[in-house]
Design a protein around this ligand. Structure first.
Ligand SMILES: Nc1ncnc2c1ncn2[C@@H]1O[C@H](COP(=O)(O)OP(=O)(O)OP(=O)(O)O)[C@@H](O)[C@H]1O
Ligand SMILES: [Mg+2]
Length: 433
């Protein structure tokens, strides 16, 4: 029994009752867990009314039953509880408390005309007092106490009703608190998940930024090297040839001055020969800079030409297959596809040790697909992606494809060859050209 409670309570001790009620309200309001609130509240109810048995029932969400959420004075087995904890909200002696939203008393619940059949194993219920638990005058459940040795009096009813008003508020608070805790936990989990995603996204972005930085540096370096190479080519090839041509012209003039017609003729032929070489050399340099076939004839012929060059250079057969209706595309698309093939074939020649290469160009109304398949030694892509230092070819391809709204897929396995596939959307707007 609660130490503050004189038992049984009588009308002659209103101050003690008040103190007890106050004390209980304070203690209850400090409890947070719904289960403990219910147990403590019910314990007080039994003590307040000198009852031996009691329960608290709360309306189920669908409003069709009372769910017995606390019992005292009887310890049901788990199966018993599972089977009987819902009391249908029909006008029986218990549920009427809620249905009629008023206290109900009985001298003997077993013989009451509105009795409920007691489930087997339930202790007999004799005297009974039930009061509604109300929130803003609406019943949310009930407290039932029973088996007080003498009958329940008005004062017990009043006391239990007053106490129930407090308990209802505390229960509602505990329910709200539990809801809040559950919502908070869900929210925290959500935030944690989102934070992890954001961290991942941030890391990915940082990695991408670093790659782009390297790509940019490398591109600038490559540009510089390319200029150097072209300058060297022009100097070594064209310039030397032109100097040769000038010397031959000079000697042709001298020979003409000396009327050595035949030898002058020889010199002029030599000049002609050298100028043809200059022309070929200039064509080669121009081709390297920007393949004229690409601008003049489009992708398919330029790709065939590149494949032939690859074959000539590596002695590895390189078949080209073209599907669909070859169409002219914006030049930035054509050059990107061409460069991707150049880079892929370069990789094949340097890394693959392939014996066969296949290039497939497929024109569709909205997309263009280029596939390069080799039967070479393949590679471990995860390893390359993890450490892309110094390997910028594949990354460059991906970036270039993405800048056109397309994408590159690379499939490779050790000893199983490599397949590089580029898909780019074909712009339909003529102004895009
Ligand atoms: N067709 C291929 N067959 C086998 N290995 C390949 C092939 N293509 C790429 N690789 C492997 O992938 C790596 C990365 O290729 P990537 O083109 O990105 O860089 P790289 O060729 O090494 O250097 P670069 O930046 O000059 O292109 C290569 O070093 C090579 O190990
Ligand atoms: Mg490469």
């Amino acid at each position: 029994m609660h130490p503050l409670l004189p038992h049984p309570l009588t009308k002659t001790e209103p101050l003690a009752q008040l103190q007890a009620l106050y004390q209980m309200a304070v203690e209850l309001s400090a409890l947070r867990s719904l289960e403990r609130v219910l147990d403590t509240a019910l314990r007080y109810c039994l003590e307040l009314t000198g009852s031996q048995f009691g329960f608290i029932g709360l309306n189920t969400a669908n409003g069709k039953a009372l769910d017995v959420v606390a019992i005292q004075g009887f310890h049901p087995s788990r199966p018993f509880y599972e089977h009987n904890h819902l009391i249908p909200l029909r006008p029986n002696i218990f549920a009427r408390v809620v249905l009629e939203n008023r206290p109900i008393r009985s001298e003997d619940a077993m013989t009451d005309p509105t009795r409920v059949g007691q489930p087997k194993g339930h202790p007999p219920v004799g005297t009974f007092l039930g009061v509604p638990l109300r929130i803003r005058d609406e019943p949310m459940g009930m407290i039932g106490v029973a088996n007080r040795p003498e009958s329940y009096q008005d004062e017990h009813e009043q006391l239990l009703l007053t106490f129930a008003a407090q308990v209802a508020i505390v229960i509602r608070n505990a329910q709200l608190y539990e809801q809040l805790t559950a919502t908070n936990e869900a929210l925290e989990q959500k935030v944690a998940r989102r934070t992890r995603q954001l961290e991942q996204a941030r890391d990915d972005l940082a990695q991408k930024a670093a790659q782009l930085q390297r790509l940019l540096t490398e591109t600038v370096n490559v540009q510089e090297l390319e200029r150097q190479r072209i300058a060297q080519d022009m100097h070594d090839g064209t310039n030397q040839l032109l100097i040769g041509a000038m010397l031959e012209l000079k000697s042709a003039r001298q020979r003409l001055g000396r009327s050595e017609w035949e030898r002058a003729e020889e010199s002029l032929e030599s000049v002609q020969h050298i100028l043809r070489q200059v022309e070929a050399e200039i064509k080669r340099v121009i081709y390297d800079l920007r393949p004229p076939t690409l601008d003049a004839l489009g992708l398919a012929p330029a790709i065939r030409r590149l494949a032939e060059q690859f074959e000539g250079f590596t002695q590895v057969p390189c078949r080209v297959m073209v599907f669909g209706e070859p169409a002219r595309l914006p030049s930035r698309v054509e050059i990107a596809v061409f460069r991707l093939l150049q880079e892929s074939l370069h990789n094949v020649s340097v890394h693959a040790a392939a014996t066969d290469v296949e290039v497939i160009l497929a024109f569709a109304p909205r997309t263009l697909k280029l596939t390069v398949i080799d039967d070479g030694r393949g590679f471990d892509m995860a390893a390359i992606y993890q450490n892309s230092n110094g390997h910028l070819g594949l990354i460059g391809m991906k970036e270039r494809a993405e800048s056109l709204g397309g994408r590159v897929t690379i499939q490779s396995q050790l000893t199983q060859g490599t397949r590089v596939e580029l898909i780019v959307p074909v712009p339909t707007d003529e102004t895009n050209r």
